[in-house]
Design a protein around this ligand. Structure first.
Ligand code: FAD
Length: 290
């Protein structure tokens, strides 16, 4: 049994990694970020923290609910399960100490003698690995697998939509409208456990697409202006999620290449939610173990 590399320490990658590690397999996680969670993201600043990706996670499958609760997730009256101290801490706890190389961005997956090799953006080669699970958004997966036949065509039907998110922290309680154009969701992040005076507002997909290539500063100014008169925030920023939501999924829990040695998955395989990412991660681990 050779070792397995997993690219992406979001819900899908971490779910696959911990299932494989539990089954006794040698696993290494790689993520370009310094922290776990992917789009279940938590931004920490000077005296505040806020969840600028998924604000909470709705659960359909009781096994998913119990995985989240076991990782410190708590029920929230409006948002489903939320993390304490943040959404990213749920994913970090689910990783349960699986060996990880954080801050390593993989640029290419290639076939080498003895297995599959990962080359990072610094030109360093990792591996060879017997198997690789690539759990990054589909358009990014296609770029990593440019040298592997058939992947681009297989994932061509997957469509992912962007979201610009406005991140706000105030010195004192502030009240924002719960609905306002062009926002799809305005979230009182400060009402979560351990939080105070933080808000996150996600622009609609349509608005985000129209303003996708603008700078963070311009977008923050534009979005803030649409909220009407507010106390001056002590922190205001915008975050661009280029691949926030799945609009058209693959329609299967993962794509398998190279006779099952290389698997591609994530929420985009099945739908737009974190639960879809979890399902995809579980299915990829089961396929490796079968
Ligand atoms: C604004 C927003 C709101 C959302 N709201 C909800 C909600 O209310 N409910 C819900 O269920 N879901 C929501 N989601 C969706 C949910 O966050 C995702 O479905 C889920 O987190 C996807 O997990 P994943 O593991 O498939 O991908 P990701 O979380 O995207 O993880 C992929 C990981 O791969 C890493 N990576 C990418 N490229 C490379 C590379 N080249 N090398 C190394 N690492 C790489 C990334 O850094 C990332 O950590 C929301 C998402 C966003 C952005």
């Amino acid at each position: 049994m050779g070792s397995i590399a997993i690219i992406g320490a979001g819900m899908a990658g971490v779910t696959a990694a911990s299932a494989l590690a539990d089954a006794g397999r040698a696993v290494t996680l790689f993520d370009k970020s310094r922290g776990y969670g992917g789009r279940m993201a938590t931004r920490r600043g000077d005296g505040f923290a806020l969840d600028h990706g998924a604000p909470g996670v709705a659960t359909r499958d009781p096994a998913f609910r119990s995985a989240l609760s076991g990782a410190g997730g708590a029920a929230h009256p409006a948002l489903g399960i939320v993390g304490d101290p943040g959404m990213s801490s749920i994913v970090k706890a689910m990783a349960n100490g699986v060996p990880a190389q954080m801050g390593v961005e993989i640029a290419a997956i290639s076939q080498a003698s003895g297995g599959l090799e990962l080359t990072d953006t610094g030109g360093v080669a990792h591996g060879p690995f017997a198997q690789v699970i690539c759990a990054v958004p589909a358009p990014q997966a296609v770029r990593l697998a440019a040298g592997i036949a058939g992947v681009e065509a297989a994932l061509a039907g997957v469509v992912m939509a962007p979201t610009w998110s406005l991140l706000l922290a105030f010195d004192a309680p502030a009240e924002l409208p719960r609905r306002a154009d062009p926002f799809a969701k305005i979230i009182d992040d400060g009402a979560k456990p351990g939080r105070a005076n933080t808000w996150v507002a996600h622009a609609s997909i349509q608005w985000s697409r129209a303003h996708l290539e603008e700078t963070r500063e311009t977008v923050a100014e534009r979005l803030l202006a649409t909220l009407g008169p507010l106390p001056a925030p002590r922190y205001a920023s915008a975050h661009r999620w280029r691949y926030a939501f799945t609009e058209a999924p693959l329609g299967a829990p993962f794509h398998s290449a190279l006779g099952g040695r290389l698997l591609f998955g994530g929420d985009w395989a099945l739908g737009p939610d974190a639960e879809h990412a979890w399902q995809s991660g579980r299915a990829m681990a089961a396929a490796v173990l079968s």
